[in-house]
Design a protein around this ligand. Structure first.
Ligand SMILES: *[C@@H]1O[C@H](CO)[C@@H](O)[C@H](O)[C@H]1NC(C)=O
Ligand SMILES: *[C@@H]1O[C@H](CO)[C@@H](O)[C@H](O)[C@H]1NC(C)=O
Ligand SMILES: *[C@@H]1O[C@H](CO)[C@@H](O)[C@H](O)[C@H]1NC(C)=O
Ligand SMILES: *[C@@H]1O[C@H](CO)[C@@H](O)[C@H](O)[C@H]1NC(C)=O
Length: 423
């Protein structure tokens, strides 16, 4: 946490000799400047300051429910649905059974891959100030009639996409639904509704050398500046778009940015700080939305960073552990892992506030931080055989990034459901 008054201010205070009145005035000015620029100040007051609605960047145009596509009501009060706690409730969770949903890829079917415990499926998110509307698949499919819903991003967004398909597919007969993949695009089609729910692989949103939906594990990632339309042309016409992009940017402190085209012989590559590179992508995305989205027809969502649990020392667990063998959520309400960079949150906040088209922010980071128990861990399909050394030490190959389905990501979709229909 940064100090509330930045060091440049303290230098100013030390060097100048001011009268008590001027000093008080100056202190006030500094305090309010800090208030509006430094969100970390929230920590001092124990709860967020409501100088803007934390989960909604553009509250004004969304106030009038009749003008917002898909909206039918509003959530009681000014409830922040992203602030709350996990409640164990096995009677109404999970929302579907793993074996009932054939669309879950074997990297996420933890029970089928041998996970011994099931508790991770039975937690319900309870916001502090209100209750979430229950997810109603019949209702949602009715609203999706003749529409295209599209998820755009990385494998974590793919998980949320599959969760959405699992939540909806049950009420559609076998003969009236299909799922097909064409390179970067996966399309689930509900025939009788003339509706599609799609996923488009674009881990950086911009064009990159990691865009192959199957073979994308390249050691040296390169992102092409100003290339949003390469992928963006496939997103046009969607009625609901859910973006995400985070994990692929976290390769260190710098990223390689290509300023020309990939097929040019002499490539112009510059190194950029992660935050600057990420800001460039967010600016491109906001511009793309501005140029291609009609806010009278389309809703745009952005899912915040999905946290990971690679070091149990972070939550006070045993040394050298990770998410492996974790079966309960973290109880400390202030827990925040080092992997979720607040500087990136700040970039998102700044860039989205410039958007003329409302972007609904699904701020799932904090609530997911608690869920060290919800990762796939070692219970996923392994593409390469494990070595005896790995087998002897399961922690070494546990996946503490992705999430079992059913599980945490169903809650992300319950939050999406509530933000789509209830403002
Ligand atoms: C998201 O929520 C976290 C804590 O719940 C908060 O610190 C952060 O500022 C929020 N982000 C935005 C962009 O509102
Ligand atoms: C779900 O939505 C359908 C269609 O709008 C409605 O008829 C039904 O009562 C809803 N179910 C629940 C449990 O609210
Ligand atoms: C089906 O939905 C698409 C939009 O996704 C629309 O263009 C088309 O007219 C619809 N077809 C019918 C028969 O309703
Ligand atoms: C798993 O955790 C339990 C305590 O929660 C501990 O007793 C057990 O030794 C752990 N197993 C492994 C293989 O780490």
């Amino acid at each position: 946490m940064k100090p509330p008054i930045s060091s440049s201010y303290s230098i100013l205070l030390r060097k100048t000799h001011l009268s008590p009145f001027l000093f008080t005035l100056l202190a006030f000015i500094i305090f309010f400047t800090a208030l509006y620029t430094n969100d970390d100040l929230n920590c001092f007051f124990g709860q967020p300051l409501h100088y803007f609605k934390p989960d909604q960047f553009k509250s004004t145009p969304e106030k009038d429910i009749n003008k917002v596509p898909f909206a039918i009501g509003s959530i009681e009060g000014e409830c922040d649905v992203f602030s709350g706690k996990w409640v164990r409730d096995g009677s109404i969770r999970p929302l579907y059974e793993e074996s009932e949903c054939p669309y879950i890829q074997p990297q996420l079917t933890c029970q089928a891959q041998g996970r011994p415990d099931k508790e991770y499926q039975s937690w319900r998110w309870q916001p502090h100030g209100c209750s979430l509307p229950s997810f109603n698949a019949t209702f949602m499919l009715e609203k999706l009639r003749g529409k295209r819903m599209m998820f755009v991003g990385d494998s974590l967004n793919r998980g949320q996409y599959v969760s959405m398909v699992c939540l909806l597919h049950r009420i559609i007969p076998e003969s009236a639904k299909t799922m097909q993949t064409f390179e970067s695009l996966t399309v689930f089609r509900a025939e009788e509704y003339n509706a599609t729910i799609e996923f488009y692989w674009a881990p950086f949103l911009l064009e990159s050398n990691s865009d192959n939906a199957v073979i994308h594990r390249v050691p040296d990632r390169i992102i092409r500046q100003g290339s949003i339309n390469t992928h963006g042309r496939h997103w046009k016409g969607a009625d609901i778009i859910v973006f995400n992009s985070y994990l692929w940017w976290m390769t260190g402190t710098k990223l390689k940015i290509l300023q020309g085209a990939f097929d040019e012989e002499r490539k112009e590559i510059v190194e950029m700080e992660t935050e600057d590179a990420y800001r460039m992508a967010m600016t491109s995305m906001v511009n793309w939305i501005h140029n291609n989205v009609n806010p009278q027809k389309t809703r745009v969502f952005f899912t915040s960073m999905s946290p990971y649990h690679e070091k149990s020392s972070e939550w006070g667990g045993e040394p050298n552990g990770n998410c492996y063998n974790q079966t309960t959520p973290i109880e400390d309400p202030t827990y925040w892992g080092i992997g979720s960079r607040r500087s990136i949150m700040q970039v998102i906040r700044e860039e989205f506030s410039k958007s003329k088209v409302p972007i609904t922010f699904l701020n799932i980071t904090q609530l997911s931080e608690y869920r060290k128990d919800a990762h796939t861990s070692i219970y996923k399909k392994q593409w390469n055989p494990l070595t005896p050394q790995q087998l002897a030490n399961p922690t070494s190959y546990a996946d503490c990034v992705h999430w079992c389905l059913p599980g945490l990501q169903d809650t992300w979709n319950e939050l999406l459901f509530s933000k789509l229909f209830y403002l």
